[in-house]
Write a protein that binds this ligand. Structure first.
Ligand code: PEP
Length: 246
């Protein structure tokens, strides 16, 4: 749907250092220019938000965090508040990435609380959902997506309208195994249906899972895929810029 502005977000995960980042961010800044056709963003490790802002401010690339606390402030050692992300000019926060859900035990309710905390600070949460290989093989994909979405949709139409959803089948993340465009579209259509029912049909739904320059265009050709959340390929300027161009 051309009325939804395309969005490509890079998730650097726990990669980078100041020298590497300077090179990559400078290449993105130059490559994207000031008036890109689609929205482009990078979600970097927290310690590099200051560097990222310094290098991207005034460019066509926005930035965000890879997680955010569900709490506003207080005695939460090691956590980062949404207001802190906003203080560093973040436009986005990933919430509920499958690596957070599986390695840090984040439940569907915690993920929804994190989305609400981001919204309260004026940051767009990019809510990640997706089934594991085991769940997919058991035919539970739709049930898993519905379960993960439920507490997020319960935030209400006004909140939901401000979100971005990323569908990331866990079996496709970092594995080199991409969902086929048709497989992805099938789940995106379900998510779109739920968004419609929640009164927020215009929310963008990104696909994530081994997206690269070679497969981006065929995924983006699907009616309910509005862009991508990119892991590995976001660490290579030329790959990431080609995905954004697609
Ligand atoms: C991700 O971590 O969000 C992701 C999609 O990773 P990759 O592109 O490396 O599969």
């Amino acid at each position: 749907d051309s009325s939804r502005k395309r969005l490509v977000i890079g998730n650097w995960k726990m990669h980078g250092d100041t020298a590497f980042n300077t090179e990559l961010l400078t290449a993105l800044r130059t490559g994207i220019g000031s008036a890109p056709q689609c929205e482009v963003a990078v979600c970097v490790p927290f310690p590099y938000l200051y560097q990222t802002r310094s290098l991207l401010e005034g460019s066509g690339v926005t930035w965000g965090g890879q997680d955010v606390s569900q709490h506003e402030k207080g005695a939460y050692t090691g956590e980062v508040a949404a207001a802190m992300l906003a203080d560093f000019g973040c436009r986005w926060a990933l919430v509920g990435h499958s690596e957070r859900r599986s390695y840090h035990g984040e439940s569907d309710t915690v993920v929804a609380a994190k989305a609400a905390a981001a919204l309260a600070a004026g940051i767009t949460p990019v809510v990640c959902v997706g089934e594991t290989l085991q769940e997919q093989e058991a035919g539970h994909t739709h049930a898993v997506i519905d379960r993960q979405l439920a507490p997020v949709l319960a935030l209400g139409a006004d909140s939901v309208a401000k979100l971005v959803i990323a569908y990331e089948p866990v079996w496709a993340i970092g594995t080199g195994r991409t969902a086929t465009p048709e497989q992805a579209q099938e789940v995106h259509a379900l998510i779109r249906q739920r968004l419609r029912e929640a009164g927020a049909p215009q929310v963008r739904v990104l696909y994530g899972g081994s997206v690269k320059a070679a497969n981006a265009a065929s995924l983006f050709a699907m009616p309910d895929i509005d862009g991508a959340l990119v892991g590995g390929a976001a660490l290579m300027a030329s790959e990431f810029l080609s995905i954004a161009a697609a």
